[in-house]
Design a binder for this molecule. Structure first.
Ligand SMILES: Nc1nc2c(c(=O)[nH]1)N[C@H]1C(S)=C(S)[C@@H](COP(=O)(O)O)O[C@H]1N2
Ligand SMILES: [Mo]
Length: 332
């Protein structure tokens, strides 16, 4: 943990955008297989070798830290299964992108790192920087910086070095990334350089300019943090005169209700409860009686509502209800 070591080198950036979204039918497993977890990198794919890399923890701390990957892995770790979801392009915030996954993360609680470093009681923010850099839209020479409220990241944030039981892949942020359960993907900084304990928000394209959203009843925009209520239909089966439709629903707040729209009716689905303190996705399933469905009807929509009463909009929203076209069925 010497302070004389050189800073991390910037990542080696591969050519081309990192933007891949699987089909929702690939997302039916309770925990999404790593090869089916969507990929986003604003500047492309970054490569950061473990050799020479160390996580820096600095800012308002008594003892700045510098932890190699081996040192990080030697600390007590926790395992958390939680949703990773992309907010979508901050330039097109109303476009539904349906990039979501439920992933098992393993890493060191941010709380422990801040205790080791002796974080100042007056701090209220944690800034996380990535080692990737480049151009985004018309902006050049950018790096990746996010800030999260210290109280939330101390309560549930991790510096994750594994997903689904294996080291992070280069695309998902090797050697380590921040992960804050319940927060949108944009906050989960990959290819982590370091964490800075601070007060207030850093001015940056990805903090105070983009990834800011309007709040009803306020002229002040709010940073993109808590995940909106959302759902995906991931499969269906037809047997014994029934059409079963199923999928996943999630949000920062637990989902309390999922309705399935067929024709002009909304039918309640069964939804698994979420345990307190967890941020994983919840199964919904519904059995539709084929005899009562309009013949030839092919569109099925899922719409979730959370414990705070927020419901997925039917249109013009990033989390608008998911409609799938199923093979036709007969009314007989
Ligand atoms: N360093 C860095 N971290 C990043 C990003 C990035 O471009 N650079 N993209 C963010 C966004 S918008 C999302 S949705 C998630 C995507 O994580 P994934 O590619 O592992 O699915 O990473 C976040 N962390
Ligand atoms: Mo994203």
């Amino acid at each position: 943990m010497s302070q004389t070591e050189p800073p991390n080198a910037r990542a080696r950036m591969a050519e081309g955008a990192l933007r891949w979204t699987p089909d929702p039918t690939a997302l039916d497993a309770p925990v999404t297989e790593t090869e089916n977890v969507y990929l986003i990198g604003h500047f492309g794919l970054a490569e950061v070798p473990a050799e020479g890399w160390a996580l820096r923890v600095d800012g308002m701390v008594d003892r700045p830290l510098r932890l190699t990957l081996d040192e990080l892995r030697a600390l007590p770790a926790v395992t958390v299964t939680a949703v990773l979801e992309c907010y979508g392009s901050p330039l097109r915030p109303d476009e539904p992108v349906r990039r979501a996954a439920n992933v098992t993360w393993r890493g060191v609680p941010v709380r422990d790192l801040l205790t080791m470093a002796g974080a100042d009681a007056g701090a209220d923010s944690l800034w996380a920087r990535g080692l990737d850099f480049g151009r985004f839209g018309d902006w050049e020479d950018l790096d990746y910086l996010k800030d999260v409220p210290l109280a939330v990241v101390v309560e549930r944030g991790l510096v994750a070095y594994e997903m689904n039981g294996a080291p992070l892949t280069p695309g998902h942020g090797f050697p380590a990334r921040l992960f804050v359960p319940g927060y949108f993907g944009t906050n989960n900084v990959k290819w982590l350089d370091g964490l800075t304990v601070a007060t207030g928000r850093p001015v940056h394209l990805f903090t105070t300019r983009l990834y800011q959203r309007e709040r009803p009843g306020s002229i002040e925009p709010a940073p993109v943090r808590d995940i909106d209520v959302n759902s995906l239909v991931t499969g269906h089966a037809e047997a014994g005169g029934k059409l079963t439709v199923y999928g996943w629903a999630w949000g920062s707040a637990p989902v309390t209700r999922v309705e399935i729209g067929v024709g002009d009716r909304w039918l309640p689905a069964a939804v698994n409860a979420r345990e307190p303190g967890r941020f994983d996705w919840q199964r919904f399933t519904v059995d539709l009686d084929l005899a009562t469905l309009p013949p030839g009807e092919r569109l099925v929509t899922a719409r979730a509502t959370d414990a705070l009463g927020a419901t997925q909009p039917l249109a013009k929203a990033r989390n608008q209800a998911h409609t799938v076209t199923l093979p036709g069925w007969s009314a007989s």
